[in-house]
Write a protein that binds this ligand. Structure first.
Ligand SMILES: *Cc1c(COP(=O)(O)O)cnc(C)c1O
Length: 474
């Protein structure tokens, strides 16, 4: 129970203005034309209620002026009137930054989503026949063509894809997986947990660093429903290691008449190995190797919208499509529009590399990044004046999002060393600006990595710096 308010607290409470009075404050007044009255009074009442709590809970009799309260009302109004989810500049150098929304879509994919959002569409309607169709039709053929798989389907994300496969094909059965692949991916996706939730029983084989073909072969029994291989997306075991080769897993599954399912995690359609980047097999290579089912994300290396893509043999995909869960995990029309458009780029790999920001950023040569860093420095110098020191510094960026672990790419950063204010102060202001600019802090510098920035971002970056400098005390 709260103790009775002290006399001081009572006085502070009495001094608080009434709602109607605060509404008439010159700072709040201009909002009367723009914002419905009921909403305006609610925001004002909320601010006063909060102030009352402050007084009572913290025994804070210290004065908060009416102007301060009016400021709070306006802040409160803005908080509700402006979108919370907003475009930001990713200057972290981490291309697939999970907290910053992972893949950025191509212009074409973004336009496709916008077009489908603004109109009715043939989502589940076959225009040729004038009959009901499947929403999967719009991407299945493209996926067959691009990956060489017999069939394909798309669900909400890759975690859902893995869950659906385990549930539909191995509920109540045993699933064999190497101990070295019992991973946890960011955001609490744990292979062992998802397996339990799906009703499949996990059979771990081998050791953390070594699993041999014999380990898998000896574990297969009548009760085995599936062989599973999971991409160890966010770490790498180095040194004395051994994995069962893909071909051997395919062979074991074939011999025993059970499917071999591989969770590829990222899943690349574009051959990055050719550019000396990582050693990921492409989805096409895995299909060719005879893997029965493969799943991967739409918004990792593929560079499309959030989705879980499953490709493989028709008989298994049919079972997934018919399963009850498929409805719960289905993708919406925006995802399909963005995905279809993204996949279409891959019909011409050069077009994919050029138009899909994820690939484009991975492939950007260091010389170009250096030029862009110099360019940004030129643009920012007049804004920053003597508030900070600017320099172009070589560094390393990574793909992130559990893709290509251990692969680093040479990059260039614009480094800002504050002269006025602290580095954490600058970081905070840039992050809290109208268009947030998210960099990384290292010691006394703020780094803005050009690998994840586009020239089209520059005006927004300049504007944000201008705002921050205008506050005068970054
Ligand atoms: C990222 C990842 C997932 C989860 O994919 P989402 O699309 O984020 O749901 C599952 N498995 C592996 C191996 C991954 O790397």
């Amino acid at each position: 129970m709260n103790p009775l308010p002290t006399q001081e607290q009572q006085q502070a409470l009495r001094r608080l203005p009434a709602v109607h009075r605060l509404l008439e404050h010159p700072i709040v007044k201009p909002y009367h034309d723009r914002i419905p009255h009921s909403y305006l009074s609610q925001c004002t009442a909320d601010v006063l209620a909060m102030r009352r709590r402050e007084i009572l809970e913290h025994s804070l009799p210290g004065e908060v002026s009416e102007t301060d309260l009016a400021d709070r009302v306006v802040q409160n109004l803005r908080r509700w009137a402006e979108p919370r989810l907003k475009p930001s500049v990713n200057a972290t150098g981490i291309i697939l930054h999970t907290n910053l929304g992972r893949a950025v879509l191509s212009e074409e994919a973004a336009d496709a989503i916008s077009r489908i959002a603004r109109s009715a569409s043939n989502l589940e309607y076959r225009l040729e026949e004038g009959e009901r169709g499947s929403r999967q039709d719009h991407v299945e053929e493209l996926l067959q063509r691009l990956t060489g798989a017999e069939a394909a389907m798309v669900v909400n994300n890759n975690a859902a894809a893995v869950f659906l496969v385990l549930r539909a094909l191995a509920e109540g059965k045993k699933v064999i997986v190497s101990r070295g692949q019992l991973v946890e991916i960011g955001g609490s996706f744990r292979v062992s947990e998802i397996m339990r939730e799906s009703g499949a029983r996990l059979v771990e084989v081998g050791t953390t660093n070594k699993t041999r073909e014999r380990d898998v072969a000896e574990a297969i029994t009548e009760e085995t429903g599936l062989l599973l291989k999971v991409h160890t997306s966010n770490f790498k075991i180095i040194g004395f290691t051994e994995e069962v080769p893909r071909k051997a897993m395919v062979h074991l599954a074939d011999q025993n008449g059970i499917p071999f399912f591989e969770d590829l995690g990222s899943g690349v359609l574009y051959d990055l190995k050719k550019h000396g980047i990582g050693d990921e097999p492409t989805v096409q290579e895995c299909v060719r190797a005879g893997v029965d089912l493969l799943s991967f994300s739409g918004d990792k290396l593929l560079g499309g919208p959030q989705a879980g893509i499953i490709v493989g043999r028709k008989e298994w995909i049919q079972r997934l499509k018919r399963h009850q869960l498929a409805r719960s995990l289905r993708v919406d029309k925006f995802t399909l529009a963005g995905l279809e458009s993204t996949l279409r780029h891959y019909l011409n790999p050069e077009e994919a590399a050029q138009k899909i920001p994820t690939l484009h950023q991975i492939l950007k040569p260091a010389e170009k990044l250096q030029k862009q860093a110099e360019q940004l420095k030129q643009l920012l110098s007049p804004e920053i004046g003597d508030f900070a020191h600017l320099e172009v510094i070589p560094s390393q960026s990574e793909v992130g999002g559990g893709s290509l672990p251990g692969v680093e790419m040479p990059t260039y950063c614009l480094a800002v060393t504050p002269v006025k204010g602290s580095v954490t102060g600058w970081e905070k202001k840039l992050r809290q600006a109208e268009t947030p600019v998210i960099g990384r802090v290292s010691k006394d510098k703020l780094f803005f990595d050009l690998r994840t920035m586009e020239e089209a971002d520059f005006p927004r970056v300049v504007q944000t710096f201008r705002e921050v400098i205008a506050t005068g005390e970054a």
